[in-house]
Design a protein around this ligand. Structure first.
Ligand code: ADP
Ligand code: MG
Length: 328
């Protein structure tokens, strides 16, 4: 176990810089006071940043450093995906406590660079400092998209269908399992190593299929309410149509109430939630089929505000704009 003190700040930055694969569009990368990059002609720059704080967003006893590195970038790529954008570059800032070894940090940076490689984005800079408390990670992703293809939260129209990619609730189930000492399996992997839906977001934007979109980070209800607020519309969700994985269904055979809490309000699924007019439904299905990701229609947008959640099993939940009622 080597200490960061022996390497020093600049030795550590060099160590990261030496691992970065060259990317396109970078005139100046790591090593100067600022990076200089180009973007495609006619595109707007999309910028998004997220912090991950030890004890708040992650627990070092649950995750290995490589996977934590992957997730630190994945959650940011997911935000660019949710705009329909193409991520290109990223900045990595870290406040590092003394307890973390060089080996840990090497694995962390290997993980983040592996995720970068998966989605063809390049590290162009950052900041490195010491922390007197926990490990703090901040990632900023820079992407691009033509203005007419960018998808916002505000375009949902009455009559639009509500779509969601993948399955919901796995990440929340995974976190619950981790807290109970389970270290592996599908749900745990969905929590620790989420896949940002970049290809899906880009393909949707290229065909201009969605009217609004975001990624589910806080939970389906809370994130859908952002779309409803921004678009000044309401919605009805069909509880029976919410896509659940086989793992999720098998682990929650007993109570619908408990499992509904996980898939309606559990966060960190990083799936795309979007709206599109019914005439786009087949195009959405075939686009996702080509990519190999599931997609489902889970409800419809209405003119009146508020959110209703219905189920054929006789449930009906109505949420006022604030404070979703968790099944009383
Ligand atoms: P300054 O003091 O001018 O802010 P720094 O010494 O902080 O510069 O950084 C030197 C160079 O190293 C810059 O190009 C910066 O972007 C890069 N850098 C610093 N920390 C990191 C990091 N964690 N990951 C990638 N690049 C980094
Ligand atoms: Mg600096």
């Amino acid at each position: 176990m080597s200490k960061l003190k022996e390497l020093g700040e600049f030795g550590f930055i060099d160590r990261i810089a030496n691992k970065v694969a060259p990317g396109t569009g970078i005139a100046i990368g790591i090593g100067d006071d600022a990076a200089a990059t180009t973007q495609s002609l006619g595109s707007l720059t999309l910028t998004s940043t997220d912090m991950l704080i030890e004890g708040v967003h992650f627990d070092l006893s649950f995750c290995d450093p490589f996977t934590l590195g992957r997730k630190s970038l994945a959650v940011n790529l997911s935000d660019i995906a949710a705009m329909g954008g193409r991520p290109r570059y990223f900045l990595l800032s870290m406040a590092i406590p003394e307890k973390l070894s060089v080996e840990f940090l090497d694995e962390f940076t290997n993980g983040i660079l592996a995720m970068a490689d998966d989605f063809d984005v390049t590290l162009i800079g950052g900041d490195t400092c010491s922390s007197k408390a926990g490990f703090v990670i901040s990632v900023t992703v820079i992407g691009e998209q033509r203005p007419d293809r960018i998808v916002r939260r505000s375009g949902a129209k009455p009559g639009d269908l509500i779509f969601v990619s993948g399955t919901l609730g796995d990440s929340a189930l995974g976190l619950e399992l981790l807290r109970n000492g389970v270290k592996q399996g599908f749900a745990v992997a969905r929590h620790l190593d989420p896949t940002p839906r970049v290809r899906e977001g880009l393909a949707l934007a290229a065909d201009k299929l969605p009217t609004s979109m975001l990624d589910i980070s806080d939970g389906l209800i809370s994130d859908l309410e952002h779309i409803l607020d921004c678009s000044s519309v309401g919605a009805r969700l069909d509880l029976d149509c919410i896509p659940l994985s086989a793992t999720f269904i098998a682990s929650h055979k007993n109570t619908l109430k408990k499992s509904a809490e996980l898939f309606l309000s559990g966060g960190e699924d990083y799936e795309l939630l979007f709206t599109a007019p019914p005439e786009n439904r087949q195009c959405v299905y075939s686009l996702f089929k080509k990519i190999g990701t599931p997609v489902s229609v889970i409800g419809e947008i209405y003119m009146s505000t508020g959110l209703t959640i219905a189920s054929s099993k006789g449930f009906e939940y109505i949420s006022a704009k604030k404070g979703f009622n968790h099944f009383g």
